[in-house]
Write a protein that binds this ligand. Structure first.
Ligand code: GUN
Length: 283
């Protein structure tokens, strides 16, 4: 039987519509959520991401501020901007788009963001909160993955979940969220001995390695839910970490690229921004 195609675009649109109603209610109480985004340098991908974030804000009714800085910007100037946003009571969420130019230490910038405004959920305080199941802001891509699984009624509790990739922004936090949802979780990486033997045990397989079509049909358990976090720009266009054409013949459910996990990241960012505004207002 052909796999269910998990439509991240549709789920993202549903969440944004839910948030739009919530924001309208907040505005009637005098609360206007506001997201500030810093874009440093000329990374073409980043420009597209930031534009998508601005469009999502406009759709939902979130005020957005964008500060575009040249690639030559100093670390001190980025830190000064972040500090001014930390102090600004009208700003609820702060996002410094990654990657940053080489002269800027990303970790220092992250540490400078007020953790109560860290809507990416990347500040070490929020990473720790996620670890102990006390998140205010869950990291957006991992929480988007959990949301997709839930909205497609894919049973997480008791499942065998295998995460391929151990990055700080996807692999590790999604493994932790799956664990909080009572999956039995395994994290695989480049040193894993027999990767295919591990992935074939997965009821839920998360591919977050950054290698085009790395996960092939023979690595998938029949009926498994396959979540592809890959966003690889190849000569043939955008492509995931999963060989979609082959995998969809084996999987029970699968996310496409584009239109799977990608749109969920922005929806979760919008949710975190609304959450930040509510928390700041004591709601
Ligand atoms: N670059 C690509 N995706 C993201 C994201 O979700 N947040 C930030 N800050 N930078 C990114």
């Amino acid at each position: 039987m052909a796999a269910t195609i998990i439509d991240g675009k549709k789920v993202s649109a549903d969440i944004k519509a839910e948030l739009k109603m919530e924001v309208a209610q907040l505005k009637s109480r005098g609360i206007e959520p506001c997201l500030a985004v810093a874009l440093v340098g000329d990374d073409p991908g980043s420009h597209i991401y930031v534009r998508n974030k601005e469009e999502a804000c406009a759709l939902i009714g979130i005020r957005s501020i964008k500060e575009q800085l040249p690639a030559s910007t100093s670390q001190e100037d980025v830190l000064a901007l972040v500090e001014s946003w930390n102090q600004d009571k009208a700003i609820d969420g702060i996002l410094v788009q990654s990657p940053l130019p080489k002269q800027i230490d990303e970790h220092r910038v992250l540490l400078a963001i007020d953790s109560a405004k860290d809507v990416d959920g990347w500040h070490p305080f929020n990473v720790g909160q996620l670890m102990i199941g006390e998140s205010i802001f869950e990291s957006c891509t991992p929480s988007g993955i959990i949301e997709l699984l839930k909205r497609y009624d894919i049973e997480i509790a008791g499942s065998q979940a295998v995460v391929v990739g151990r990055s700080n922004i996807v692999g590790k936090p999604v493994a932790m969220l799956l664990l909080h949802n009572n999956a039995t979780v395994e994290i695989c990486h480049s040193k894993t001995r027999d990767l295919a033997a591990e992935t074939r045990r997965a009821d839920i397989l998360i591919a977050a390695v950054g290698k085009p079509k790395f996960i092939t049909a023979d690595m998938i358990k029949p009926g498994a839910a396959v979540i592809d976090v890959g966003m690889n720009r190849t000569e043939a266009g955008l492509c995931g970490d999963v060989d979609f054409a082959g995998a969809k013949e084996v999987a029970g459910a699968i996310t496409p690229v584009p239109g799977g996990v990608g749109p969920m990241t922005i929806a979760m960012l919008m949710r975190n921004t609304v959450q930040a505004a509510k928390a700041a207002a004591g709601i």
